[in-house]
Design a protein around this ligand. Structure first.
Ligand SMILES: Nc1ncnc2c1ncn2[C@@H]1O[C@H](COP(=O)(O)OP(=O)(O)O)[C@@H](O)[C@H]1O
Ligand SMILES: [Mg+2]
Length: 277
């Protein structure tokens, strides 16, 4: 991979419906808000993905456009800009998955690597929403990632599949310390003890993986999604947003410069509060 300070964070799981896309979008929103830097969300869940649907984007721009770029040519910033969807509300850029299933066959590990390398030049944070498979493009994203967020729900199938998946990732060369577990959709009743049970399972069996945080099952998340809103931005004090905040903190990907940005914006927010009073 190219030598930059940019970071790749892949959100993954071996089960659909556990909240990968929701976590990807909200982690992106949190990183953008906390750093003010250039953030792109790229959908590697081939062929259909969930990002375009979640954001109500058409696929006029997608990974298909990126696949045919000459591997020896570095895009200009203007060209790169024309190949992403820029969301004005959040300031985040997006690349939906493949435009049609025919192109999906062409999207292999080499294409994934080329695209990530281009993106690392233009962005500070590349958030990959990955597929439920160990295809060569998913594998490329995983081994290129600085950090991996492994999302599991509380269902037995999800807990055990993802546990096995964690071992497979490590067998593929991923460092256990780069994997953070996000336990999602935990029933609010006894949430702490239920999450702890899973945390213990992932810590004590096979290679130990740290739990970043857990989030309650909260119907408001789907309500928000249907309105194309980001929980992290509209419901900052919700349990889910706090869980997202915890993950971002535990990823350890923010630079000293980012921490300053946070302190500075934090300071202005405080100042504003004083004046408003
Ligand atoms: N903690 C949660 N509580 C309630 N609903 C959730 C939660 N996390 C995600 N969801 C919702 O569950 C659905 C599936 O999530 P999604 O992110 O699309 O899963 P995946 O990408 O893993 O298939 C979406 O409607 C999403 O808004
Ligand atoms: Mg998804």
């Amino acid at each position: 991979m190219v030598d930059t300070n940019a970071k790749i964070i892949t959100v993954t799981s071996m089960k659909g419906g556990v909240g990968k896309t929701e976590v990807s979008l909200n982690v992106a929103a949190a990183v953008k808000q906390q750093t003010g830097k250039r953030v792109v969300v790229v959908d590697f869940d081939i062929p259909y993905g969930g990002v375009a649907q979640a954001m109500s984007f058409s696929k006029e721009r997608s990974l298909t456009d990126w696949m045919d770029i000459d591997p020896d040519v570095l895009l200009t910033p203007r060209q790169a800009e024309s190949l992403v969807i820029q969301d004005e509300k959040t300031g985040i850029d997006f690349i939906p998955a493949i435009a049609n299933t025919m192109d999906a066959k062409r999207f292999d590990g080499a294409a994934a690597k080329r695209i990530l390398e281009q993106l690392l030049v233009f962005y500070d944070y590349v958030i990959v929403d990955s597929g439920v498979d160990l295809s060569s493009c998913t594998k490329t994203a995983l081994v290129s990632s600085d950090k991996i967020i492994l999302v599991t729900s509380m269902q037995n199938g999800s807990v055990y599949n993802n546990h096995q998946y964690k071992e497979d990732l490590i067998a593929h060369g991923v460092q256990p310390t780069n994997i953070l577990l996000f336990i999602n959709q935990v029933p609010k009743k006894d949430a702490g003890s239920q999450a702890e049970r899973i945390e213990e399972l992932y810590w004590s069996n096979g290679s130990s993986v740290t739990t970043a945080s857990y989030a309650y099952f909260d119907p408001e998340i789907s309500v928000c999604r249907n309105k194309r809103q980001f929980m992290y931005l509209t419901h900052k004090n919700s349990n889910f947003s706090q869980a997202i905040g915890d993950v971002v903190k535990k990823l350890g990907i923010l630079s000293i410069e980012d921490e300053w940005f946070q302190e500075k914006t934090g300071f202005f927010t405080q100042l504003k509060k004083v004046f408003v009073r």
